[in-house]
Structure formats: C-alpha cells, structure tokens
Write a protein that binds this ligand. Structure first.
Ligand SMILES: [Fe+2]
Ligand SMILES: [Fe+2]
Length: 197
C-alpha cells in the first residue's frame, strides 16, 4: 500500500480531525469510538500497522462534516438532490478528502456511503458501516449491540446482515425511500459469502 496521506495519518495515528471538520464535542467522541472499534477489528484480523491506521482514520473522518448545514453541504455534492439532507455529510466529506489529494478509493467510498451502504464496499466500507452502528456510545438496543460487538470480527458476514437489516427496517418504518445505493448494498450483503475484498 502506498504511503498514507497526511490527513489519513493524522486521523488514524494521532486521532486528529482535519481543520475543516465541523463537529460537536460529542460527535468527535463518537468518531473516536468508531475508530477504536475499527482499530481493534483490524488488529484482530492481523493487519499491519499502516492498515490499522487507515481503518481507524475512516472512523475518525466519517462524520467530519456531520454538523455542517445541509444547505452548505449541498453546494459541495454534485448529485445533492439525490441525497436526503441528513446524509450529505458522507459524500461531502469524501469530496473534501479527494480535493485534498486522498486517492484511496475504497476509503473514499466507505466514507461517502457510510449511511446508506454500497455494493462496492470493500472490507473497510463494511467495517465502518457496522462500527458506526455498533460503537458502545449508542444507547438504543445497547445489550444486543454489545453482543454483536463481541462476535466481531469473526462472525463478520452474519453481523453485517443483522446490522443492514436493522438499519434498512428503520428506514422503512420511518417511510424514508430506499436509495439505489442501499438497494445495491442489500443485494451484495445477501449474496453468497466470500465476497469481502
Ligand atoms: Fe454519519
Ligand atoms: Fe457516525
């Protein structure tokens, strides 16, 4: 793997957010908990230090623009109209990273689609999707989620299916349309195992 971009290194090795991040203190803590889970999973999977840093960086960075207004973020995302305002922070953050010179497409896809899921997720995209949902600071269903955390990363495919089901059912209950990205992700999740890259 090529050398890590300075923003990725700062986030993953020093747990620092970029200077353009717009986040409350609580949000910064959430991203650090997500990053810690990713770091632990990556270590358990036997990844080298550089890959662990990259995985933790995805956790630190995924919500870097979560507290910016959807109006502002809409100006930065080409197909903004296709996204609910509350989900624009993913693609907007990926765009900022790309503009800063980050070329790690699997990491950029992981961040852009962390809310919806995506058929093109690599292992990192799937891990971020799960860690965002399972991090221990989330209060709802805390016992069930703690159990799912304990099963990670060894029971990867089953936990991924459970998390995707929970998140998609939640969308359906709230009457939110299922995006093409989520539909494609669901097809990938329910495909035969062994498709993780
Ligand atoms: Fe998010
Ligand atoms: Fe998040």
């Amino acid at each position: 793997m090529p050398k890590l971009h300075p923003i990725i290194h700062a986030a993953g090795a020093e747990r620092q957010h970029p200077d353009w991040a717009v986040m409350t203190e609580a949000r910064r803590r959430h991203t650090r908990r997500v990053g810690r889970l990713l770091w632990e999973w990556s270590r358990t999977l036997g990844h080298d230090r550089m890959r662990r840093i990259r995985w933790r960086a995805a956790g630190l960075l995924h919500d870097a623009l979560k507290d910016e207004s959807p109006e502002t973020l809409g100006l930065e995302v080409e197909d903004a109209g296709a996204w609910p305002g509350s989900l624009l922070h993913g693609p907007a953050c990926a765009n900022r990273l790309r503009a800063a010179g980050v070329e790690d497409e699997l990491l950029l896809t992981a961040i852009a689609f962390h809310t919806t899921g995506h058929a093109d997720f690599g292992a990192l995209g799937q891990a971020l999707y799960m860690a965002d949902f399972l991090e221990p600071g989330r209060r709802t269903l805390s016992r069930e989620r703690a159990e799912q955390r304990r099963r990670m990363p060894s029971d990867w495919h089953a936990v991924l299916g459970e998390v995707a089901t929970a998140k998609i059912v939640n969308l359906l209950r709230r009457g939110i349309p299922i995006s093409p990205a989520t539909a494609g992700f669901w097809r990938a999740v329910t495909a035969p195992a062994g498709t993780i890259r």
